[in-house]
Design a protein around this ligand. Structure first.
Ligand code: PEP
Length: 260
């Protein structure tokens, strides 16, 4: 790409409680104001704490353009009798402008299939959200050299029905390449593999969408931390990171944000 800003996203998953997450965001904002990183930052808290975190950002007068909020998951349906679900439009009430779709924990722990992921992507884009689609291979798929085949299938199945929407605004989709075996394990993909797969994702997006896709951001995720972030973020076609574990530590997370 391009002169777009890097995006560093914090996926807090199902961690913490009101007290600990308020402490985490307060500490992070304090460090953020000192370090003044140039990247865009996204916080994906557990949905029940979106309002709490939004209020902290407002209290500290942090522009939502600098630190955005997003939903870790959304319903594949607009609204209605879907007990326990969270609609994409509900998240807008808390100033969310990003959603995360197809995270490997949604695919593998909650058995979300490609049809559901495709519906979520479409609904999220239609509703104006910047939609982060996660793709990535399992260890078995990596070992059998099927990474590219798996990623192509995941991209196609998730994006084909939204191709026209994406073509009209490339900002609406962001891809996160997250090898399943690298998430929460302390193992990261090799720099060569990250470079290679991110290049492949760009080529695949161009084919699927039938247009140049240089401005579509591709994030890397999978055990990114304060020590390895700089070497990953400098790679071509890496436009940011999706960070789980290390985002729960304000110092580590600000160091990641400051490493580019
Ligand atoms: C993730 O949850 O998307 C993730 C990459 O987690 P971790 O950084 O802990 O591997």
């Amino acid at each position: 790409m391009n002169n777009q800003k890097y995006l560093i996203a914090a996926n807090w998953k199902q961690n913490g409680d009101a007290k600990s997450l308020i402490r985490l965001i307060n500490n992070f904002i304090r460090l953020y104001k000192k370090a003044k990183p140039t990247c865009d930052i996204l916080i994906l808290p557990p949905a029940i704490y979106l309002e709490t975190i939004l209020n902290r950002l407002k209290h500290h007068k942090v522009s939502r353009k600098k630190i955005s909020l997003g939903a870790q998951n959304i319903s594949p349906y607009q609204n209605g009798a879907y007990t326990g679900e969270l609609s994409v439009d509900m998240t807008k009430d808390y100033n969310c402008n990003y959603t995360l779709v197809g995270h490997s924990e949604r695919r593998h722990v909650f058995n979300e299939d490609e049809k559901i992921i495709s519906k979520k992507v479409r609904l999220s884009i239609e509703s104006g959200m910047q939609t982060i689609l996660c793709v990535g291979e399992t260890m078995a798929e990596y070992n059998s050299k099927s990474t590219k085949k798996v990623i192509l299938r995941q991209l196609k199945s998730a994006l084909v029905k939204s191709a026209n929407l994406i073509k009209s605004d490339h900002n609406k989709i962001i891809i996160a390449y997250e090898p399943v075996w690298a998430i929460g394990t302390g193992k990261t993909a090799s720099l060569d593999d990250i470079r290679d797969v991110h290049g492949y994702i760009h080529n695949s997006l161009s084919k699927i969408l039938g247009t140049k896709t240089n401005s579509i951001k591709i994030l890397y995720g999978g055990s990114v931390n304060n020590l390895n972030a700089a070497s990953i973020l400098v790679l071509s076609n890496v436009n940011g990171a999706l960070v789980g574990g290390a985002s729960l530590n304000s110092k580590k997370f600000i160091d990641i944000c400051s490493s580019i």
